[in-house]
Design a protein around this ligand. Structure first.
Ligand code: SP5
Ligand code: ZN
Length: 330
């Protein structure tokens, strides 16, 4: 399978994230890069498709913030990565944009997603990587893999979170529609609900979004992904902790049947390897050997498919898990 990656994506280097009352080493660290590259073989670097595809999904204000945040953080005299610490619950106006801290809180929904010196650069090239893989599919590849990093599915139109800054799946869905595809389906199989993607497309008629993920009653991102949010073009299939292939497979059958009914011309898979039993921040029990059969079932839809990388933090198993998933499409 053709695989895409840009070395500039490596330069995003978060040191830590804050949860459960303390700082932890960042789960989404640079060690993930060689784990995956070492397992997937050769990759192609993307062309530069520019900012326009990003602005079909994200607001200009958010993109400007993301580009400028780290410089403002430094100007405010701060060391290390930029972190928010105060948040405007729902619907508060941005009352003080003179302070970087106000902007950080306004455009963030968690404290796990710091902005470093090269975060914009890495996120920008991660988008270009996704668009290059999309291009490969649009010109006839049956499937292509974009090694997107940092991940994307938690990022909304005007917010970051969950290690995500720009939403590749959403940007590629919009780019495909702009290129003439009439209907796009997004299947999200990361351990965590793809809240950003859901928010971006809820209510749309040309994009459907199906997600299989840990029940948000017990797991991050808590405020999205509940079964009763399923309506119209959204299908959420939350599963309990400790789910193994049997339970997962039933949900996958449901998701694929539902997707098939929308007759998509393109499928985008948000693939997270954090459903693996060894994942340090997740609680499903999938095995490496489960990913190829899972991918074969997705491939059996017979729809041209773009695969973008989301989470997956068990570095020792990560390469094998990604390779197994891709192999299922061969
Ligand atoms: C793309 C992606 O997979 N983002 C996931 C972001 C999850 N951040 C949650 C941090 C809290 C994790 N709690 C872990 C407890 C470990 N014992
Ligand atoms: Zn995840």
């Amino acid at each position: 399978m053709r695989c895409f990656w840009d070395e500039r994506q490596r330069s995003h280097a978060p040191a830590a994230e804050f949860f459960n009352g303390e700082l932890h080493p960042a789960a989404e660290h640079q060690g993930r890069v060689d784990a995956i590259l070492g397992a997937i073989g050769s990759t192609e670097a993307p062309a530069d498709y520019g900012i326009e595809p990003i602005l079909r999904v994200h607001s200009r204000a958010y993109v400007d913030f993301l580009r400028e945040a780290f410089a403002q953080w430094r100007s405010a005299g701060r060391d290390g990565d930029a972190f928010p610490y105060t948040f405007p619950i729902v619907g508060r106006r941005p009352l003080n944009f003179d302070r970087i801290d106000a902007s950080l809180g306004h455009f963030s929904f968690d404290t796990s997603t710091p902005i470093g010196e090269r975060t914009w650069d890495a996120a920008y090239w991660s988008v270009q990587t996704a668009l290059a893989a999309l291009d490969a599919v649009l010109v006839g590849e049956r499937a292509a893999f974009a090694f997107t990093r940092p991940p994307g599915h938690h990022a909304g139109r005007n917010y970051l979170g969950g290690y995500s800054y720009l939403n590749h799946a959403a940007i590629c869905a919009e780019a495909a529609l702009a290129a003439g595809k009439r209907s796009v389906a997004i299947l999200d199989v990361d351990y965590h609900h793809g809240n950003g993607t859901q928010d971006i497309f809820a209510g749309r008629e040309d994009v459907v979004f199906a997600s299989i993920h840990a029940d948000p009653r017990t797991d991050y991102p808590f405020f999205w992904g509940h079964a009763d949010e399923s309506r119209g073009n959204i299908l959420n299939l939350p599963l309990p902790r400790d789910t193994e292939l049997a339970g997962y497979g039933d949900a996958l059958t449901q998701a694929l049947d539902w997707i098939e009914r929308s007759r998509p011309r393109l499928l985008i898979v948000s693939y997270g390897a954090d459903t693996h039993e060894a994942d340090p921040i997740s609680h499903f029990k999938l095995k490496t050997s489960d990913y190829a059969p899972m991918a074969r079932r997705i491939a059996s839809l017979g729809v041209p498919t773009l695969i973008v990388m989301e989470g997956g933090y068990a570095v020792d198993a990560l390469g094998a898990n990604v390779a197994a998933f891709l192999e299922g499409f061969e």
